[in-house]
Write a new protein. Structure first.
Length: 158
């Protein structure tokens, strides 16, 4: 059974309220790209801003590996491969950031809708879900052909 997002169950007034809250608290695409451009390679701060914390920790480990390799005076291959890995992550992030922001907006919208409907398991939410399931389960009746009115003149000669 497909789960229906809570946002789809709201009426127009409730949707407008949720959209206003989402618009004022959503992440800025411009800020994310500025962080990506200026502080992305050494620190991956754009990922912290977008709540993606896995890669910054990996990048810190790779940077530590680079420092250790440079400090030991030897292993240029390890340092070069580590730099290449960081640059690859940095370039890929440029293409993935808008998707992360969209995911954040959808998640925030559904969390606010859940709160508005009383949270998961609330009687109001269950009633709306059951009504939606019943409407979807009803078979569509035969489609009656309807007469199409003849088109009138496009312009009037008055």
């Amino acid at each position: 059974m497909e789960e229906i997002p809570s946002f789809d169950l709201l009426d127009a007034r409730q949707r407008a309220m949720v959209e206003a809250r989402v618009a004022e608290s959503s992440k800025s695409v411009l800020a994310a790209y500025l962080l990506w451009w200026f502080l992305g390679v050494p620190f991956f701060l754009h990922r912290f801003y977008l709540h993606r914390r896995g890669a910054p920790c990996a990048a810190a480990a790779i940077l530590a590996l680079i420092v250790l390799a440079a400090g030991s005076g030897g292993v240029a291959l390890i340092g070069g491969l580590a730099c290449l890995a960081i640059l690859l992550l940095w370039v890929l992030d440029a293409f993935r950031m808008t998707g992360w922001i969209d995911d954040d907006i959808v998640g925030h919208r559904n969390r606010l809708a859940d709160q508005m409907l009383g949270g998961a398991g609330s009687p109001e939410l269950e009633r709306l879900l059951e009504a939606r399931r019943q409407r979807q389960a009803q078979p569509a009746g035969p489609v009656e052909p309807q007469a199409i009115p003849a088109p009138g003149p496009l312009f009037r000669d008055d």
